[in-house]
Design a protein. Structure first.
Length: 72
């Protein structure tokens, strides 16, 4: 019986893909779901050390926000 990837949660689908790395249909479904939830924003590559530091700061800030939400 073929698994129903559309009914799996993202976590279940990820686990299935890891357990069955040769299953192309599962992989495509996972990638499609992941990219459909991704932000459409495009960012330029940092061009200076100051821009790199700013990006690092923003990443740390976002991770801190996500950790705070997770704790509640």
């Amino acid at each position: 019986m073929k698994p129903d990837f559309s009914s799996m949660t993202k976590t279940e689908l990820r686990a299935f893909v890891i357990a069955h790395p040769d299953n192309k249909a599962a992989f495509r479904t996972f990638v499609d779901r992941f990219t459909s939830e991704a932000s459409p924003q495009i960012f330029d590559i940092p061009k200076s050390n100051a821009e790199i530091e700013e990006v690092e700061f923003l990443i740390r800030q976002k991770l801190a926000e996500l950790n705070m939400k997770r704790d509640f």
